[in-house]
Ligand binder design. Sequence first.
Ligand code: NCD
Ligand code: ZN
Ligand code: ZN
Length: 349
Amino acid sequence: MNKLTLTRPDDWHLHLRDGEVLPDLVSHTARQFSRALVMPNLKPPVTTVQQAKQYQQRIIDAAKKAGYPNFLPLMTLYLTDKTLPSEVDLAVENGLVGVKLYPAGATTNSDAGVTNLQQCDATIARMAELGLALLVHGEVTHQGVDVFDREAVFIDEVLDPLRKRHPRLKVVFEHITTKQAVDYVEQASTTDQGQIAATITAHHLLYNRNAIFQGGIRPHYYCLPILKREVHRQALLSAATGGSKKFFLGTDSAPHAKHLKEHPCGCAGCFTAAQAIELYAQAFDSVGKIQQLEGFAAFHGADFYGLPRNQEQITIEKKTQKVPASYTMGKELLVPLNAEESLEWSFLG
Ligand code: NCD
Ligand code: ZN
Ligand code: ZN
């Protein structure tokens, strides 16, 4: 079987940036996906509902201009030490789907993030009451912790205590990269009133940390949380392809201009949006689980967020394609992951 038709997927973790690059970036995602949950780590960050609504409208306008009038961006707020519980009420009234936790200093544009999560307890309590999800970049930031251990330590030091303080809180553990994260999400008891789910990127399903050092240093494979050992990749692949509704697609496609990736202090983030579904197809196919792709890509996320499943379909084909060397992003060049390499699957539309 060479062709596969599936319900049009959603991307539950995406960076679209803002301004003149928006039309170029949104078109890659809107070509394949119905909806995307857009991350709020702009400069300055999206910390109010009003800013989120204005940003949403700019994305809708850019998508229309690019020929995708039906693309729906879903919005989150960037949590800071100062976010008030009343902003949570406003977020729910205005159809925002979550609040994003960036521990200060953990990743790109996280400087305004949370320094001490306990200070946010009143705001998070309100989220638990209203059923608004907390989306988590799950890494600790203290210098004493090895960069490869930051996610596992976060589970014990931050995430589990948080969920014990707020047992009804809905949590999405974003872009998980370790066996510890898979185990934590899988084992979270079904008797918990709060639910926990996780997004998984295509690059963490396809690559282990060797990819960053293959014959030299490869900045396009550098993202946060950083790629891990093979044992972790295997755990992620089993979770994504195993049919559990707790795991769903979030590309974490994170574009940075070519000169800022290929730089002595290169930015973290892999740009995968242009071949997103093909990369996931390759990962699922590698373990003979292509039939599980539709649930992971189109159903589990919508069900978790309590949103309707998409009605349209897309078709992909097992046919080689060559990834372009670069794309334009406003006045800059943007290098995709796998630039100039062959992928096994193609997106037909
Ligand atoms: C993301 C970005 O560039 O905004 N980078 C990344 O490496 N994943 C931020 C993030 O998702 O942590
Ligand atoms: Zn992140
Ligand atoms: Zn991200």
